[in-house]
Design a protein around this ligand. Structure first.
Ligand SMILES: NC(=O)c1ccc[n+]([C@@H]2O[C@H](COP(=O)([O-])OP(=O)(O)OC[C@H]3O[C@@H](n4cnc5c(N)ncnc54)[C@H](O)[C@@H]3O)[C@@H](O)[C@H]2O)c1
Length: 218
């Protein structure tokens, strides 16, 4: 149970309980992205796009979104990404290095749930940078990385569950940022009527809708 202000738009708030607090919290609570830093998300779904919005609030001055769906990349740009990378067209590790002047990003986030993409998120890190893992592949999935590349550069890799957030504090904070127009997560949401529930599931599955919400009209 999370208390929110009486004027908060309740019908919109459900997604804050999982993917959205995960992306925002990964940036704000776990990675603690600093003003003036560089941040790259690998995966621009609900989690990655929330991370982009949070990175802007946190003051990151280079915000890179890598995904394979052009519409998601365009939305990432509208939500605050300073650079977008289509990982099917461009090697995102090379792109992140170029964008950051060769050094790599201070923070990266893996939200695609793919081991090969996790490898990219680690490889794209700057020395002493931190990679957060939020993507969830099938249980038992293993991933590999260049051990010396991580060790000699002092890179850190951390797992993050639900954005390391204390929901009763963090969700009202996100609601307040939304109310101020600084965290426009409604851009990820599409409402469906109850009779459109199968359409909502299909749109979600196909990636057409990022966060479907079923409205239970009385
Ligand atoms: N750690 C947690 O507490 C937590 C909480 C919520 C969700 N998750 C997990 O986080 C992941 C993301 O959730 P979501 O709701 O954003 O899912 P999503 O499916 O909306 O987003 C995943 C994105 O990855 C992109 N992608 C696919 N292949 C890619 C590639 N090769 N390179 C870059 N991007 C690629 C997809 O196009 C998509 O936009 C899921 O695995 C989900 O299970 C974890």
């Amino acid at each position: 149970m999370v208390k929110v202000p009486k004027n908060a738009p309740l019908e919109l708030l459900g997604p804050l309980g999982c993917g959205i607090q995960t992306g925002a919290g990964a940036v704000m609570n776990a990675l603690k992205v600093r003003p003036g830093s560089s941040f790259a998300t690998f995966g621009g779904g609900a989690v990655g796009l929330s991370a982009v919005m949070a990175a802007r609030v946190a003051g990151a001055t280079t915000i890179i979104a890598a995904d394979v769906v052009p519409s998601r990349l365009e939305l990432a740009r509208e939500l605050g990404a300073t650079h977008i990378v289509n990982s099917w067209e461009t090697d995102p590790v090379v792109a992140v290095r170029e964008i950051t002047g060769g050094g790599g990003a201070h923070y990266t986030l893996e939200s695609s749930g793919r081991p090969a993409v996790l490898r990219q998120a680690i490889d794209a890190l700057a020395a002493r940078g931190t990679c957060g893992i939020v993507g969830a592949p099938a249980l038992g999935t293993e991933a590999s990385f260049d051990v010396n590349g991580v060790m000699t550069a002092g890179k850190r890799i951390i797992g993050i569950i639900e954005g390391d957030s204390k929901p009763d504090l963090f969700i009202p904070a996100l609601v307040e940022l939304y109310t101020q127009g600084r965290f426009p997560f409604d851009r990820l949401v599409k409402f469906y009527a109850l009779e459109q529930i199968n359409q909502a599931a299909e749109d979600s599955e196909k990636g057409i809708t990022i966060k479907p919400i079923i409205r239970w009209e009385s």
